[in-house]
Design a protein around this ligand. Structure first.
Ligand code: E4P
Length: 219
């Protein structure tokens, strides 16, 4: 499974690159607004340090303007994936941009029917929002499961990108189901490292090591 980082914070992305867990980045208008920086500059900066797909979202809601915005965003760097919402206008835009070999991430997916339409429109990625479905009392991860099955049934090449990931369990569940990608906030990526037995075991090893009085590098 590929890991994308769900943030527009350059510092957080830079810090995560040495971990090897930055196969791509996803941004959205809310994440851009949180940084308070220029969209184009932010996307260019992220693309200069990340070689995988970097999602940048259109802000228009009509097809002609989405096309203009999408082409502009794609011109910022060769690894930009234009993000469009799952609407009629968004999927028209997806189809047209894909005809021009531009990567497209279809976002705000909340049903398997929507995911089927996105695949037929040639989406490079579909982003089902797990956490936001959990928020309204549904089981978000079940949607990922349904989409993986539907795409496998017909051999669609659209990658299932589990989004709105809030917990380590979401990541595990997405991996068990076979999601191609999970876009994970930095905080949750760091939480994936944690296990209390790792901390406890490390402490015991270091305590015993100290008793030996040895130093590995002293010779
Ligand atoms: C990423 O593509 C999505 O925009 C993001 O995962 C949404 O996450 P949220 O529901 O936590 O805002």
């Amino acid at each position: 499974m590929k890991f994308f980082v769900d943030t527009a914070d350059i510092k957080q992305i830079e810090d995560l690159i040495p971990t090897g867990f930055v196969d791509g980045v996803t941004t959205n208008p809310s994440l851009i607004a949180k940084q308070g920086k220029d969209l184009s500059d932010t996307i260019k900066s992220i693309c200069s340090i990340v070689s995988g797909p970097v999602s940048a979202e259109v802000a228009a809601t009509d097809h002609p303007t989405m096309m203009e915005e999408g082409k502009y965003l794609a011109s910022l760097a060769k690894n930009v994936a234009v993000k469009v919402p799952l609407t009629v206008e968004g999927l028209k835009t997806c189809k047209k941009l894909r005809e021009q070999q531009i990567m497209v991430n279809v976002t705000l997916c909340f049903s398997a029917a929507q995911a089927l339409l996105a695949a037929k429109a040639g989406a490079s990625f579909i982003s089902p929002f797990v956490g936001r479905l959990d928020d309204i009392g549904e089981k978000g991860i079940s949607l990922i499961e349904d989409i993986v099955i539907i795409y496998e049934n017909y051999g669609f090449e659209t990658e299932v990108l589990a989004a709105s990931i809030r917990t380590t369990q979401h990541v595990i569940d997405a991996a068990l189901i076979g999601a191609h990608v999970a876009t994970v906030p930095p905080k949750v990526i760091y939480e994936l490292y944690n296990h209390e037995l790792t901390d406890k075991g490390l402490k015991a090893f270091l305590d015993d090591w100290a008793k030996t009085g040895q130093s590995i590098l002293s010779k």
